[in-house]
Design a binder for this molecule. Structure first.
Ligand code: SF4
Ligand code: SF4
Length: 248
């Protein structure tokens, strides 16, 4: 393939004033097919009056350069370039509150359509998805290794530097406070609560079968490798535990 600018313009479709990375027409069609082919698509898009009621009631539209009306119009008119462009940044502004779905006279769910676009962005390993999801890697690691997302010992300035200055105000004797909670499963600061090994292993199977781990591999291969090691270790622990039960 030639890399001259003339052939680039012929081969790639894109808005010349957009920051979106160049992409082939074939790729744009594939991305749209992935969104449109989802079972939920026809439930969430029934037509669009372009009335703007969704945008008028959308909290994200109030604060960001984002409009659910625009998103729905792009999908309704099958504007492939615009859809791709919106997936680079705009779709990540939605708060998933679904006020739009409650108000749309057509029964559309712009928030639900945004979710389909996000899932497709992850499936295609788009940079926007990678950068939005990067901060969640510590949560994912914790979830896989302990069974829950956040533990009390993570609430400190090192763990959550991005929470800003307020995090330094968290100063409590966590060990003592947790011991005061009546449920023994909460007497821990390393996990939110103690999760049974069998439950963790069952969760791994759900993540494998539902494609969660495939998505993770697309978005962050290093994290995926670490997580696979943890899962193998936990599965071995579970098998050992079962063997011990049989021996008793
Ligand atoms: S999605 Fe619904 S509320 Fe939003 S512009 Fe279209 S018809 Fe109006
Ligand atoms: S679900 Fe998203 S698009 Fe809909 S109102 Fe809430 S923030 Fe706006």
């Amino acid at each position: 393939m030639s890399h001259s600018s003339a052939s680039r313009i012929q081969e790639y479709i894109g808005d010349p004033v957009s920051d979106s990375p160049p992409v082939t027409r074939e790729n744009l069609e594939e991305i749209f097919q992935d969104i449109q082919g989802d079972l939920r698509f026809d439930h969430e898009l029934n037509g669009c009056l372009n009335c703007g009621i969704c945008t008028a009631t959308c909290p994200a539209a109030h604060y960001y350069d984002f409009s659910p009306r625009e998103i729905v119009q792009l999908l309704w008119t099958e504007n492939l370039e615009g859809i791709y462009d919106a997936m680079q940044e705009k779709i990540w502004s939605c708060a998933q509150c679904y006020t739009c779905a409650a108000r749309c006279p057509f029964g559309n769910s712009p928030g639900g359509l945004v979710m389909l676009m996000r899932e497709t962005a992850i499936k295609h390993g788009m940079e926007s998805a990678k950068s939005v999801l990067r901060p969640f890697s510590r949560v994912m690691l914790k979830l896989i290794s302990t069974g829950n997302q956040l533990s009390p010992d993570m609430i400190n300035p090192e763990g959550f530097a991005d929470w800003g200055p307020n995090i330094s105000k968290v100063d409590a004797p966590l060990e003592i406070l947790r011991k005061a909670i009546p449920m023994p499963t909460l007497h821990t600061t390393k996990t939110a609560w103690e999760v049974n090994l069998k439950t963790s292993v069952e969760l791994y199977t759900i993540w494998e079968e539902t494609g969660v781990l495939d998505s993770l591999e697309t978005i962050d291969e290093n994290l995926f490798d670490v997580i696979l090691d943890i899962m193998d270790e936990k599965r071995d622990d579970y098998e050992d535990w079962k063997d011990e039960q049989d021996d008793d």
